[in-house]
Design a protein around this ligand. Sequence first.
Ligand code: CP3
Length: 354
Amino acid sequence: MTGSTQIPYLLRAARGEVLDRPPVWMMRQAGRYMKVYRDLREKYPSFRERSENPELAIEISMQPFRAFQPDGVILFSDILTPLPGMGIPFDIIESKGPIIDPPIRSLEQIEKVHPLDPAESLPFIREILQTLRQEVGDKATVLGFVGAPWTLAAYAIEGKSSKDYTIIKSMAFSEPAMLHQLLGKIADSIAVYVRYQIDCGAQVVQMFDSWAGQLSPQDYETFAMPYQQRVVQQVKATHPDTPMILYINGSAGLLERMAQSGVDIVSVDWTVDIAEARQRLGSNVGVQGNIDPCVLFGSQDFIRERILDTIRKAGNRGHILNLGHGILPGTPEENAAFFFETAKQADKLLAVHA
Ligand code: CP3
């Protein structure tokens, strides 16, 4: 190698360095709010094709990078992508969301769930991540991601997105041993999948336990946290230097417990003040977030104020600026552009406003 390579901002923040501005990316930064994505979706209506054909997935992952130069480029995929490789097929239907048919409801079905062999069932992930690394070089950090066992089990058992999670909770409260068997199998396969993503080029991996915020703290400690820990421990045993991020939607009541998962960074939503989140998380854990995605429907002055306020509250160490959940369809693209521009000039803007 010749020339000097620079460590990208997001990795430096993940390592806890003091920085002049936080790195910035957005959950769901590739997707429907972008016209180039909607145009491509018309040509390729199948979500699985868009995410499993390497050429398409690379193109979609790069769309926000070309438009906005975020500090993180996340691979275009879904948390459900590894499930077929474990014997659980799925599809994503426009305006309905994910469908798993038949849903997993019996011990017999759980026994048939098999370990993931990612090189065999997810060869496209290698091509996508390797190419993204080549394309972005040291200009950005490539993020991988996975679903956490509770959230993946919720989709597998409910068969689709759910409001109340009555089916998986019924299983948790009446047949806990059966659910634990499924959660354990998913955890071991997801750990293998995270390692595979890292080996293919992911420099940071975010684990989404999106629906763990639906659990009471005691049930969280029984059905979600131990399996997050099982994934993190297995990954850290072989890949101790790759930072991991944990995201839960509606996590304000769970922050201290999230820090016990073993991840390096906790991603928080907007229902918690980020300065309070830092206090509750302690100084050993970084923080990501936490702007309400609806702020991007406001005026640019308002967006700027919220960005600077969040950065001031989060401090200059171990903070990755992000939304508190995915960017929403319908968000004006120029406001997304303004969000990234403002975040990348935050050092200068904060000096002026100080
Ligand atoms: O961040 C990125 O740019 C990467 C893309 C990404 C997708 N899904 C693509 C996608 C990521 C990180 C995910 C993760 C994911 N998928 C989560 C965790 C994040 C969260 O929101 O809490 C969850 C719960 C899923 C399951 C899932 N996939 C749902 C609920 C839906 C439907 C959502 C909707 O609003 O319709 C999907 C489909 C999906 N995954 C879309 C995208 C861009 C929309 C479908 C489309 O574009 O045709």
